[in-house]
Ligand binder design. Structure first.
Ligand SMILES: Cc1ncc(COP(=O)(O)O)c(C=O)c1O
Length: 396
């Protein structure tokens, strides 16, 4: 039999999706599975985005421009300006989700075996993109005890080698919910300038900030223009994950010109999805105000309920819609599978994401889970109740 690539063999499985077969068989047994494991918001997609796809007179579904349509990028630039982020349409490449923006970014800045430093725990698919691009992820540990704040800048500096091409952060963080402060961003900015490397910020959750805290985009940092690369997406912002539209944004002309060659190889981003996303940009601010109010209420309920569980440790999220909880168990992988295979209360159980897959350092996060609070408040309350009872029954 012909063999598959070593790269393919080392490609990590998604820690978020690998328990799906167990969830499916629980459902076949008639058990209702409450999903705390995946960041698929239940918020309604703005109506004008859905209408724009229905109400257009396209006769030939053509390729669009490689970098995305001119009108769309012009409107995206306006969105950034409204957020005090000074970019223009030529600084933007529209991609097939933030996912493609991540892979273009890695391919554009790094050669095989080059290194990217990432605070862990991090969005697990960074591992997958790094493997596909031949890039080595160098983790720097952030701690639940510190709410997953930026590790000391010296910890980053110690890890910089001649092969280091970038530091990658997610702000606000998936899976941590941590929102980096302006001071933390400025420390990172100074470090990347000192070592002449890139700073890549995944800002797909930019709007989801709580407790009156505001988001600091790296694109606002004066003097960082040649270093800053932003990953963005409409998926969570407008609850349109299925559109598959994201953006790669940088003021660095050489970076954009080089990334464009990767973009040309895949021809163009999807046409209908650009139409929907362009219309979504007209979403009134009141939509975000409502969405934010809802997520804050969900977070508060989730944290309050989790805190009632004995032996639990929680990092309080200030953004995005995820929370890492450390449980009084040894192996969250086993626990998550057990919840689906062997436990239910009145035919209901919960699905959580074991957190080890969000770490690159072997052994870290083994007793932690990631919870996505994308469910209504009653479901969240019920889910935590089930989790609490499960922990009492679980024998490890
Ligand atoms: C931090 C982060 N970055 C990027 C993505 C990719 O999003 P998409 O490809 O849907 O734009 C996600 C999706 O969950 C994410 O959480």
């Amino acid at each position: 039999m012909p063999s598959v690539s070593n790269k393919g063999l080392t490609m990590p499985q998604s820690p978020i999706r690998k328990l799906v077969p167990f969830a499916e068989s629980a459902k076949k047994r008639g058990v209702n599975v409450i999903h705390l494991n995946i960041g698929q918001p239940d918020i309604k997609t703005p109506q004008q985005a859905l209408d724009a796809v229905k109400n257009n007179n396209i006769n030939v579904l053509e390729y669009s421009r490689t970098e995305g349509s001119e009108e769309f990028r012009t409107k995206i630039a306006k969105y950034y300006l409204k957020n005090d982020i000074p970019v223009s349409a030529t600084d933007i490449i529209v991609t097939t989700g933030g996912s493609e923006a991540l892979s273009f970014a890695m391919n554009t800045i790094a050669d095989t075996d080059d290194e990217i430093i990432i605070p862990e725990p991090f969005y697990a698919n960074y591992n997958g993109f790094a493997t596909a691009c031949g890039v080595t992820v160098v983790p720097v540990v952030s701690k639940i005890e510190d709410n997953f704040a930026l590790p000391p800048i010296e910890d980053f500096e110690k890890l910089i080698t001649p092969r280091t091409k970038a530091i990658l952060i997610c702000n606000p963080g998936n899976p941590t919910g941590y929102l980096y402060s302006k001071e933390e961003i400025q420390k990172l900015a100074a470090l990347v300038k000192k070592h002449n490397i890139f700073l890549v910020a995944d800002e797909v959750y930019r709007e989801f900030t709580y407790d009156d805290k505001s988001h600091t985009s790296i694109l606002k940092e004066a003097g960082l223009e040649d270093h800053a690369i932003v990953i963005d997406s409409v998926s969570k912002r407008y609850s349109m994950c299925g559109a598959r539209i994201g953006y790669l944004v940088s003021k660095n002309k050489e970076f954009i010109a080089t990334a464009m060659k990767f973009a040309q190889a895949r021809l163009s981003p999807p046409t209908y999805a650009q139409i929907a996303s362009e219309a979504a940009l007209d979403t009134p601010d009141s939509y975000f105000a409502e969405v934010k109010t809802e997520y804050v209420a969900r977070r508060n309920i989730l944290i309050a309920e989790l805190e009632k569980i004995e032996g639990i440790k929680i990092a309080r999220p200030q953004g995005a819609f995820y929370c890492i909880a450390e449980l009084p168990i040894e192996d969250a992988d086993h626990f998550a599978q057990w919840l689906l295979e062997d436990f239910n209360i009145d035919n209901e159980t919960v699905m959580v994401a074991p957190a080890a897959g969000f770490y690159a350092t072997e052994g870290l996060g083994k007793n932690q889970i990631r919870i996505a609070y994308v469910l209504d408040k009653n479901s969240l309350k019920k889910a935590v109740q089930i989790l609490k009872e499960a922990l009492k029954s679980y024998k490890g």
